[in-house]
Structures are given as structure tokens and as C-alpha cells.
Design a protein around this ligand. Sequence first.
Ligand SMILES: Cc1cc2nc3c(=O)[nH]c(=O)nc-3n(C[C@H](O)[C@H](O)[C@H](O)COP(=O)(O)OP(=O)(O)OC[C@H]3O[C@@H](n4cnc5c(N)ncnc54)[C@H](O)[C@@H]3O)c2cc1C
Length: 468
Amino acid sequence: MDSKIITKLVEIIGEKYVSTRPDVLLAYSSSASTGYDSIKPDAVVRPGNTEEISRILKIANEYKIPVIARSGGSSLQGEVIPKEGSLVVELMRLADVTLYEDLRSVKVGAGVTFGMLDKFLNKHDLWLPVYPESSLVCTIAGNVAVNGAGPGSSTEGCIAELVLGLEVVLPDGTVIQTGTEASPHVPGPFLRYAFGPDITGLFIGSLGSLGIITNVSVKVTKRMRQFHYETYGFETAEQAEKFLISLKQNDINAVFASIYEGRILNFFMDMLGEEYEIPEHDWPDFTVSITIGRMREDQLTSDVALAAKLCESHGGHVIGIRQLPQGEWDDRMRTFARSSYAHGWHWRILYHHQTPSNWHASVKVIWEVMDEYGLLGHTAGFQTGHSSYNFYPHLYFDPTDKEEEEKVKEAHVELSKRLFKTGAVPFKLAPYWVEGVEEMKDYLNFIKAIKQTLDPNGIMNPGVLGGL
Ligand SMILES: Cc1cc2nc3c(=O)[nH]c(=O)nc-3n(C[C@H](O)[C@H](O)[C@H](O)COP(=O)(O)OP(=O)(O)OC[C@H]3O[C@@H](n4cnc5c(N)ncnc54)[C@H](O)[C@@H]3O)c2cc1C
């Protein structure tokens, strides 16, 4: 990067927060995405407020420098890995938290992680009811940028459902505020759908390709303290799926709910069962693992009893092993699905949403592809929101085996193609969906038009959103 650009950046945020040092660039060249190659940016800046970010983007636009917004760096599909010649704008210094107790909302800077926020809210007996497994490092803004989900999402849906408004710096440096806070006279964030169309939604899941989110306003609720953890066994996938749907139909508050195949559960148990103190068990073909959460004990007791009844009415039985859901709920940093870390494998993840009644279709296709390509992997996911199931299968590879890595890349694209035909939809609009799925062309053209309008020089994280 030209030294005169670096001088301009230093003028904006000071020498201390601009770096071109090789060791610093190396640190920002990768992320938690183990299956993607690292690329060093040309420079890293660490602005401290919205005004500085606006001025930085004006410069990036003038000199047509690719910009990568980076928060926790915990994304898993290579989204935050820099491009050649790029400028990384790291947002962790934006760490303000403002609570609006009467509005049941909170506004956080782009550098606030779920862990930091949870610590703050706990003191007020509140919480943000969606809490990704990467919460100690991942930021609320980063999660909004990828439209993530996590424990809590089985009742609340993706993080999108909780967002009330965003402050965003557009690629040309203009600062906009969405939701009720677009008015200077409101007491704080209380409604997302104000001022006409849902502009907030445009930036949710935009992967840093349409602007930089500097503040996020989200709903918070009174903290649940009553939990029950349970496992339920079934002989067929259809029984397990129907049970999951019946929990929703009967308003049982399963804050985290997953269906596991027996073979996958055995695979996870071999790796981490002992660490989680899960008793040895002859797991059935299908296990539903849930955490029920309620504000009041009487509600919890009623939910637990009804869930057992529903399980039996669908031909299942209560297994009674609680350590599995409890481990998932309490220890989100190291859930079973991340067990590949324990083995040093790399992987490609394929986020998608499926309907709970079609859970078996995703699982079938994932196994078909893994078998055809001779790969190791898993089929994990969890229920999200009203009628959706969020899958994040991993395809593993040995990082020293280049042939296997290529095979995984091919299988990844093939899998997206086949999943799309089962009725699955992309969770994050990652480029492999575009490579694999012809029918998305018109939709992508529309997104392209939006991107060109907001970012005519194509500086914001080029290539990340469906390859655009
Ligand atoms: C162990 C582990 C468990 C995980 N579990 C979950 C889980 O349960 N649920 C889940 O959803 N994800 C999970 N993830 C993935 C990851 O944590 C999420 O994608 C997370 O939301 C990324 O947030 P981040 O702050 O780390 O963002 P980054 O990785 O820094 O960035 C992610 C993307 O958002 C863009 N971006 C970041 N900040 C901004 C901003 N302020 N404005 C505009 N664009 C921005 C970046 O350019 C990039 O495209 C997990 C990851 C790991 C390593």
C-alpha cells in the first residue's frame, strides 16, 4: 500500500492504531476458518469510533482499496480472511454498552463480544437469549453480519430476530442509523420496523460487503434460571422429527434442541464423551437432545412432563442422560460438533437451513456425498426458530494431504447443489452456493445491483457475498 495512504490513515487514528508490521499482518491473515488459505493484508487499522471509520472508508474509496471489516475473527467460511492488497479494519475498540432497561434493549459497539455482554447483562438479571458457541470471541456485530444462530435459537430464531437497529458506515463513508433510533427524539431502540422498508435487514447476513456495522441495538429479556436437560430415543427419523415439531406445537420452551443419529453420537462420544462425563450408553438410531428453559419452576415442571408424554406418543422413550444437553448448553466453546479441533483436522462447513420434517433429507444427502468422495465428516445442527433446522455439517480433511483437501472442496460444491434440491436454503450466502446452484442466478443479480449501488468501487470485502 502506498506510503501516502498510510500517512493519511495515521492522520485519522494515530500511529498506534495503524500497522504494516509483518508479524501484525500475519496475525490478521487467518481466522478460525481452518479450511482456507491465509492471505496477509497490506495494513491493519484499529479505529476507536464511527467518525474514524467513516473517514477511513472515504480514503479506501478514493484509492479503491479492498476493505475487510473484522471483529472476533471466529467465522468459519473464510469470510474474514483478507484479500491481496487489502486494508483490515479491526473493530474491537468499539466496546460501548448502553442498557435501556425500560425498553428491554441494549446498544453495543461492534467490538462487544457475546461473552462481554453476557457478563454485563447478568448483573441486571437480563440476557441476550441467543448465544453462539463461539461467544467468548465472537461479537454481536460479527454475528449480525453473518446472521448467526446458536443455543437459544431453538426458540428465538437466528440473531436477526433480535436486532432492533444498526448504525452502519456505508462504503462511501456516509453514516446511517436504522430502526427507531433514526429519530433523535426517541428514548432508545424499541422497534426495528420503523421508517418504512426494513433497511436493517439489508445488512444482516451481508458479510461486511455493504458497509461496516458500528453499533447494534438488540432485544434483551429477563434471564432464565430454570432449566431441564433431557435426551429422548427414537427408532426412526420421522418419529424424532415429529417429536421436535410437536414440542413447538405444544409451546414447550426447548431453547436448544438437536436430533443426533446414533452413529454420529457414537463418533462424538468416542472423542469427547469422557471429558463431558457422559455415561456409556447403547444410543438408539435417533436421539433428540434438548434443553428446556423457563422463567418459572411451575412452567418448567409442566413442560418436562408434557415433553415425556409427547415423546411416548411418537413411539419414543426418555433416555434420561442429561449430561449431553447440559454439556451443549453450559459449555458452548467446545461442543461435540467441534470435536475436530481435538484431532487437528481441518474442515469445510456447509451452513444451511432445512425444515424439521425434512431433517432426514439433509442427513441422507450429506452421507451420500461423504461416501461418494470417501470423506470423514459429521451431520450436526439444531432447531432454529419457528419452523427451521440449522445444519452445519463438516467435511474433514488432513491439512497435509492436498489431494484430500481438493476432494473436500469439490464435495462441498456438490453438496450445496444436492442440498438445494432437497429444499434446503443457504444460511450464509457463501460463494460455493453460487458455484453449485444455477437457480439462484436471478436472486444474485438483484443482490449485485444493490451492491453496485452502495459500493460502486467494489471495495467492501469483494467476492464474499455469493462471489460478488
Ligand atoms: C468454536 C466455534 C463455534 C462457533 N459456533 C457458532 C455458533 O454457534 N453460531 C454461529 O452463528 N456461528 C458460530 N461460529 C462461527 C462464528 O463465530 C460466527 O460466524 C461469528 O458470528 C463471527 O463473528 P466475529 O465477530 O468473529 O466476526 P468475524 O469472523 O470477524 O467476521 C465475520 C464476517 O462478518 C464481517 N464483519 C465482522 N464484523 C463486522 C462489522 N462490524 N460490520 C460489517 N461486517 C462485519 C466480516 O467481514 C466477515 O465477513 C463458531 C465458530 C467457532 C470457531
